[in-house]
Write a protein that binds this ligand. Structure first.
Ligand code: AMP
Length: 424
């Protein structure tokens, strides 16, 4: 086959057809939930100062070391295609002085993100995420609320999920745990993979989520942070779990869950697909990031958030045969014959739009049979037909696509009649 002159960049994809409908459904659901919980939408620039992510996400992370798309502008600035959403939201929180707003400030976003990863099924170089951030409160009730939001989202879409949760402590207790962990990992260093040997020095907590089988065996015997949390972190985590129990949210404690970004403190959690006998797929995750606002130059401000991968959720919607015929069913097909028929139809379409009646057409076609076949294929409930005679009489035929019944009425009454039929 002849190679196309232009193809989408490796690891990137077009969103169209059914995928686009799933994206829209996800976006509508996110908006509905955000409005219910009083989250305001924020759109941040696709490009940000590289330093924002270096400082925010952390230099010793895969995102910064291997995956960030960076560029130098003509003015000499170093900008990065955003690899994640939280750092940008926090930058905006600081830049717009949101610490003076009533706290917590609740923000949500949805848009494309970029990571130079090895493309594979469910992993892209440009992918979409949506996320919720609650900034300005350290109370565990907000950790639980963020999880409640995520659970509500999946339950509304009939997607079964599993939730894993852990606490990774804070600056009081994590350094001591880190030392204990490093001592343990060094004693097993011979058997660790080369990445983990390096991580033992640079970012030892990351060793805990290595997928290498040999490393996993060593990790199973590693000291657990849960046994080393300071009293405040311990109590915070205990309360978070109590709220989840109260809401009857099921979760698994995973002492090895650390997440791949440096900004997390205390609660961390991850949502995955729930499939028996199959490898689970990460759908999203989040946690508390109490030091990020200060780290990026703001006041000491606690926060908690979550983000999800849209492509993976859209894929699941396909697998559970998600259908959304409602929109099609409420659609009208406007069929026409001849030149005056076209003219009258074009004008009528403007009227239908004003009254928010979704309308399809095949104005380029002259055969009525072709047009009606298309109307059935789309699944329209009603068709309007303006033939030569009707056009001359200022009338139109309305046809019920289910029963085949039809009647002729004056054009001026069409919109009202159509609305009545669509409601019935
Ligand atoms: P993270 O920001 O790494 O915690 O990712 C949160 C979620 O975004 C993941 O669980 C995935 O669902 C999704 N995600 C992350 N990276 C990618 C990618 N390269 N391609 C598709 N989805 C991704």
């Amino acid at each position: 086959m002849k190679k196309l002159k232009f193809q989408k960049p490796t690891g990137m994809h077009d969103i169209l057809g059914f995928d686009q409908r799933c994206f829209e459904k996800i976006s509508d659901k996110v908006k509905e939930i955000a409005e219910f919980y009083s989250f305001n939408k924020i759109d941040t620039p696709i490009l940000e100062d590289c330093e924002l992510f270096n400082k925010g996400v952390g230099l010793i992370t895969d995102i910064i070391q291997k995956e960030m798309y960076t560029l130098k502008t003509k003015g000499g600035d170093c900008l990065a295609l955003r690899p994640e959403g939280t750092a940008s939201v926090v930058r905006a929180y600081i830049e717009h002085g949101m610490f003076s707003y009533p706290q917590p400030v609740k923000l949500y976003y949805m848009g494309p993100f970029f990571r130079y990863e090895r493309p594979q099924s469910g992993r892209y170089r440009q992918f979409w995420q949506f996320g919720f951030e609650t900034i300005g409160e350290d109370h565990p009730v907000y950790d639980a609320q963020i999880i409640q939001i995520a659970c509500g989202f999946f339950s509304d879409l009939n997607i079964a999920i599993s939730l894993e949760i852990n606490s990774i402590g804070d600056k009081e207790c994590r350094p001591a745990y880190r030392r204990i962990l490093v001592r343990y990992l060094k004693s097993k260093s011979e058997a660790l993979c080369s990445d983990c040997k390096k991580r033992t020095k640079d970012n030892p907590l990351r060793v805990l989520d290595c997928k290498n089988q040999k490393c996993k065996e060593i990790i199973d015997g590693a000291p657990q942070i849960m046994d080393h949390l300071c009293p405040d972190c311990h109590s915070h985590f205990k309360k978070t779990l109590e709220y989840l129990d109260e809401m009857e949210v099921s979760y698994q404690l995973n002492p090895h869950l650390v997440r791949g970004l440096d900004y997390y403190t205390r609660t961390v959690f991850e949502f995955s697909t729930l499939k028996e006998n199959e490898k689970t797929l990460a759908l999203g995750g989040g946690g508390r990031y109490d030091k990020l606002v200060k780290n990026l130059g703001g006041k000491d401000t606690p926060a908690v958030g979550v983000s999800f991968g849209v492509e993976r959720i859209a894929e699941l919607m396909k697998q559970i045969n998600y259908t959304d015929n409602k929109k099609q069913k409420n659609r009208v097909f406007l069929a026409q014959l001849g030149d005056i028929g076209k003219r009258k139809s074009l004008k009528l379409m403007g009227e239908l739009r004003k009254h928010k009646v979704a309308t399809s057409e095949s104005f380029g076609k002259d055969s009525l049979k072709t047009q009606m076949t298309r109307a059935s294929r789309i699944g329209c409930k009603v068709a309007i037909i303006i033939g030569q005679t009707e056009a001359l009489n200022n009338s139109a035929i309305i046809k019920d696509m289910d029963t085949g019944e039809q009647k002729t009425i004056e054009i001026k009454d069409i919109v009202m009649e159509i609305k009545r039929q669509l409601k019935s």
